[in-house]
Design a protein around this ligand. Structure first.
Ligand SMILES: [Zn+2]
Length: 381
């Protein structure tokens, strides 16, 4: 009995010292608040035909990250104004806790794979991604991210490499991809690639460093703004993500052939990066910026009536919880992180538009990918 008591006390001591070492706290005061948009819900959850799907991935965005944004924004966000919700389980084929490459690949191909793998299966064989599958049906695709174009999430939608760290090989997969539009903060990385890779990308896409410079009649467009314009939100990124989301959606809509439709993936990449660094205030700013990109997608869907928007995450980062005290009306909130890595907690999914009803309940991340393919092609994977 004595031994059991001692073990219990030792356990308490261990648990106490562990939390004291790993809990990192942060606060935000007077967060810059924006008006949350509420759509009409007229075609939400209906069986109306779906022409376009917009998949928005908040990298590292669990419920606490959304709640941090919600309360810092005075108690309302566009994403939390939506009515259809589900949860997504994010485990990879070989790990309880996924990385962005394995989860991105699950969304992009409808198949789970190994951590660090990009667009390949557990044996390293290429998996067809959504843009490639949709191209067979005449449906065009695009990718927008606040990360580099070779970040794990965007790469999953065009590249096939066994490891996310293979930056030159991932760049080299871009010209042969099925993308019609991309926008990413990686001009510097692009310039470091071989002459051959840069030339191939420039032959496949019209590359611009500003959206003011897009020539008329462009078939395939790549937008690589100067690095200074795609920093973190705190360092002055400005409206790159919401503005480029709006531009990209209009661009794809203008290139659609015979009412076929499009697929767009939009990633808010730096929610994850802030949570890895256990930086609460920057994470909130990234979340608020991502919500304004969500607004652009929802407004597009609202006007179009045949567009489904899915907003979810690849995994949670940081094990974030919220502090007990705060004042949402003033944009004052605080949070605590328990890890500098990812967690296996299921992530929320929000959906708006025709077909949103298929994303209710608890589902695996690869199921979400397969549902997207099914809804746009009518074929089950
Ligand atoms: Zn991460």
């Amino acid at each position: 009995m004595k031994k059991i008591v001692c073990l219990f006390v030792a356990g308490l001591f261990f648990a106490g010292s562990l939390s004291a070492q790993t809990l990192v706290q942060g606060t935000i005061e007077n967060a810059p608040q924006h008006a949350a948009y509420t759509p009409s819900f007229k075609v939400d959850g209906s069986n109306r035909s779906i022409r376009n799907i917009i998949l928005m991935i908040g990298d590292g965005t669990g419920l606490a990250q959304i709640a941090a944004g919600l309360y810092s924004n005075g108690g309302a966000l566009t994403v939390t104004n939506l009515q259809t919700m589900g949860l997504v389980k994010t485990q990879s084929a070989d790990a309880y806790t996924t990385d962005s490459a394995a989860s991105g690949t699950a969304y992009a191909t409808g198949h789970k794979t190994l951590n660090y793998a990009v667009g390949v299966d557990t044996e390293g064989r290429p998996l067809r991604n959504i843009p490639e599958i949709l191209a067979d049906y005449g449906i065009i695709s695009g990718v927008i991210t606040t990360d580099a174009m070779t970040g794990a999430t965007p790469s999953s939608f065009y590249a096939h490499q066994p490891n996310r760290s293979m930056t030159p090989e991932i760049w080299a997969d871009l010209p042969g991809s099925s993308l019609t539009f991309f926008a990413a903060g990686s001009e510097e990385s692009f310039r470091k690639q071989s002459e051959q890779t840069r030339q191939a990308i420039q032959e496949a896409f019209t590359l611009v460093h500003s959206l003011q410079d897009v020539p008329a009649g462009t078939d395939k467009l790549g937008y690589l703004p100067p690095k200074a314009e795609v920093r973190s939100f705190r360092e002055g990124r400005g409206d790159f993500l919401p503005a480029t989301t709006r531009y990209g959606l209009d661009y794809l809509a203008s290139r659609v052939q015979r009412r076929k439709g499009f697929f767009m993936m939009v990633e808010g990449a730096r929610i994850d990066k802030s949570c890895h660094a256990n930086e609460y205030a920057p994470a909130v700013l990234e979340m608020l910026d991502f919500d304004q990109a969500v607004e652009q997608a929802i407004r597009f869907a609202e006007a179009d009536g045949h567009t489904l928007v899915i907003i979810t995450a690849d995994h949670e980062t940081g094990g974030l919880s919220l502090q007990e005290t705060g004042d949402p009306s003033q944009g004052n909130t605080g949070g605590r992180f328990v890890t500098g890595g990812h967690t296996p907690i299921p992530v929320p999914l929000f959906a708006y538009g025709p077909g949103s009803q298929f994303f209710r309940g608890i589902q695996e991340n690869d199921e979400v990918g397969r549902k997207i393919i099914w809804l746009l092609t009518g074929k089950k994977q």
